[in-house]
Design a protein around this ligand. Structure first.
Ligand SMILES: [Zn+2]
Ligand SMILES: [Zn+2]
Ligand SMILES: [Zn+2]
Length: 142
């Protein structure tokens, strides 16, 4: 993703494009699956963790990333491929591997639509499938 596109996406989402935000956004746009604060810290070792945390919080507030609760206790996020304009029905399912603790994005598997009773206000929907990923199954067989 070039810097120009990146700035445009942020402005459309209501986020002021600062250099650190651009750096973080371009980094996460290349990831295929969910990521944690620690993952980004490892990828961007020159940036301090609290700054990355603040950037992720801003992105989350503006829907540029979504928080995923996979039950592992560590906060994970996934990159919004609709650049902040997705609706609840566009959200996809995730697969949590109980061995490597990685959470995969199943981009093509959308969360089944559920009829929510009146007067309940939905804030977040998580659809997590738990099991063992292909990588870990390979190691298991050896
Ligand atoms: Zn989204
Ligand atoms: Zn695994
Ligand atoms: Zn995802």
């Amino acid at each position: 993703m070039n810097i120009e596109d990146c700035c445009k996406i942020m402005e459309d989402a209501g986020v002021k494009p600062t250099s650190i935000r651009i750096l973080v956004y371009r980094t996460i746009s290349q990831l295929h699956d969910t990521f944690s604060l620690n993952d980004i810290e490892e990828l961007l070792s020159s940036v301090d963790k609290s700054s990355i945390f603040r950037v992720l919080r801003t992105f989350q507030n503006n829907n540029l990333i979504h928080s995923i609760d996979d039950g592992s206790g560590s906060q994970k996020y996934c990159f919004c491929h609709k650049y902040g304009s997705c609706k609840t029905e566009d959200r996809h399912c995730h697969f949590y591997c109980e061995i490597c603790k990685k959470t995969y994005c199943f981009e093509n598997d959308l969360i089944p639509s559920i009829v929510i009773p009146d007067n309940f206000k939905v804030k977040e929907i998580n659809y997590i499938i738990k099991g063992i990923c292909p990588e870990c199954q390979k190691h298991h067989e050896q």
